[in-house]
Design a protein around this ligand. Structure first.
Ligand code: NAD
Length: 356
C-alpha cells in the first residue's frame, strides 16, 4: 500500500512543536503540502520539513488533487471552518480540538462530512495515551467479569499547571502578525461571558471527552449540577454519564507539572490514572489499580507501549484509520456531544448567576 499523502494547515505552535514532527516520523504517510497565511513563516517551516508545496491558505491546499488527508491546527474558532472547507473538497481531516464553539457550527461541519463522505477526526490525544488505553481496557475487563463489583462513581480532577514541560515557543517565528479573525459568539451567550466560556471549554473539553470514553458513555451524558466561582472556571460539574455519577473538578494551580487525574470507583476497588504534562514526550499516564475484598492489593501496571507519546499515537491512529476505512476513536460525530455539554454547562452556570 502506498504512503498516505498528507497536507498540513497552520504552522503555529501545535504544528511545529507537536504534529509536524510526529507526522514526519510516521512511515505510513508523507507530507506533500503545507498551507500558512503568514508567508515567511510558511516558507521557514516548509524548508525545515522539506515539504514539496506551500500554499497561501487552506483554500488552495484543498484544491490539490494529490492531497488525500489534511491535518489542521489554527485558532480555536477558525480551524472548524477550515476543516469544513477541506471536508467539502473531499479530504479526510484531522483537526485540533475544539471542533466547534457552538452546536450550529459543529452541525455545519458534520454536514460537510456527510455531503462528500470525507471523514473527520478531532484531536483528543488523551484517548490515545497508552496508559489511558490500559485504564480503559482494564475497566472494560472489570465491567465484564464483575470482579470488583459495579461502577459507583467517577471523577476527573484538573487543576492544570505547566502543560508544556518547559517548552514554550515554536521552533520558527517571524514578525508577521497573526491573522485577525473575530470569533462568532453563540447566540445564547451574553458577549461579556464569551472569554470565560472559551477559557473553560478549551481546557476541559479534554477532560470530559476522556471521562466519557472511560465510562463508554457516548452521548448518554447529562449535566446535573454546576457550581463555579465568578471566574466561570473554578468549581465542579456533576454529570450523569451512562448511569454513573461523574464529577469534574476544575481550577488553576501554579504547579510545575500537570495536576490531572481520573479515578473510577467500583464497589470493591478503583482505577486511577495520572496525566503527564502534555508536551512531555514519551511519558504515558500512570495507572494504579486497587483491589479491595479479602486480599487487598495495589498494582501499578505499565502499558506495553511504555515509551510513547499520546499526540504521536493519535496521528498514527488517524493515518491507520484513513488507510483502512475503519472508524476514528475520536470522530467528529462523537465530539458533537462535547460541544453540547459545553453549552449545557455554561447555560447552567449563567442561569445560576441570573445572567440568562
Ligand atoms: N490538543 C492539545 O493539547 C492542544 C494544546 C494547545 C492548543 N491546541 C489547539 O490547537 C489549535 C492551534 O493552536 P496553536 O497554538 O498552534 O495556534 P497558532 O496561532 O500558534 O497557529 C495557528 C496558525 O494557523 C495559521 N492560519 C490561520 N488561518 C489559516 C488558514 N486559513 N490557512 C492556513 N494557515 C492559517 C496562522 O497564521 C497560525 O500560524 C488551537 O485551536 C488550540 O485549541 C490543542
Amino acid at each position: 500500500m502506498s504512503r498516505l499523502r498528507v497536507g498540513y494547515v497552520g504552522c503555529g505552535f501545535m504544528a511545529q512543536r507537536v504534529h509536524l514532527p510526529n507526522l514526519a516520523a510516521i512511515p505510513d504517510c508523507e507530507l506533500v503540502a503545507l498551507a500558512e497565511v503568514r508567508p515567511l513563516l510558511g516558507r521557514k517551516v516548509q524548508e525545515r520539513y522539506r515539504i514539496p508545496r506551500l500554499y497561501p491558505s487552506h483554500v488552495e491546499l484543498a484544491a490539490d488533487p494529490e492531497v488525500e488527508a489534511v491535518c489542521v491546527s489554527a485558532a480555536f474558532h477558525v480551524q472548524g471552518e477550515i476543516a469544513k472547507d477541506l471536508l467539502l473538497a473531499g479530504k479526510h481531516v484531522f483537526m485540533e480540538k475544539p471542533m466547534a464553539i457552538s452546536i450550529p457550527q459543529a452541525e455545519a461541519i458534520l454536514a460537510a462530512s456527510r455531503q462528500t463522505g470525507a471523514r473527520l477526526m478531532v484531536g483528543y490525544m488523551k484517548r490515545y495515551d497508552a496508559g489511558n488505553e490500559l485504564f480503559r481496557s482494564t475497566l472494560d475487563g472489570f465491567r465484564a467479569s464483575g470482579e470488583l463489583g459495579e461502577i459507583v462513581y467517577a471523577r476527573n480532577h484538573g487543576f492544570c499547571g505547566d502543560w508544556t514541560a518547559g517548552i514554550d515557543t515554536p521552533v520558527e517565528t517571524t514578525d508577521e502578525p497573526a491573522p485577525a479573525s473575530p470569533a462568532p459568539i453563540p447566540s445564547w451567550l451574553p458577549p461579556e461571558f464569551f472569554k470565560d466560556y472559551v477559557g473553560y471549554l478549551q481546557q476541559y473539553t479534554h477532560n470530559i471527552n476522556l471521562l466519557r470514553w472511560f465510562l463508554d458513555a457516548g452521548d448518554r451524558v447529562q449535566v446535573k449540577h454546576v457550581d463555579f466561582d465568578s471566574d466561570g472556571y473554578t468549581g465542579i460539574v456533576v454529570f450523569d454519564m451512562n448511569g454513573t455519577r461523574a464529577v469534574l473538578e476544575s481550577g488553576r494551580l501554579s504547579y510545575y507539572r500537570w495536576d490531572e487525574h481520573t479515578q473510577v470507583y467500583l464497589r470493591h476497588g478503583w482505577l486511577r490514572t495520572w496525566a503527564p504534562p502534555l508536551l512531555l514526550r514519551n511519558a504515558p499516564a500512570e495507572v494504579e489499580i486497587y483491589r479491595g475484598g479479602e486480599t487487598q492489593t495495589f498494582t501499578t501496571p505499565l502499558p506495553k507501549d511504555r515509551w510513547s507519546w499520546s499526540y504521536k499515537r493519535e496521528l498514527e491512529h488517524f493515518v491507520r484509520q484513513v488507510r483502512s476505512g475503519e472508524p476514528f476513536r475520536t470522530s467528529g460525530e462523537d465530539t458533537l456531544t462535547d460541544v453540547r455539554l459545553f453549552e449545557d454547562i455554561y447555560r447552567a452556570y449563567l442561569r445560576n448567576r441570573d445572567a440568562i
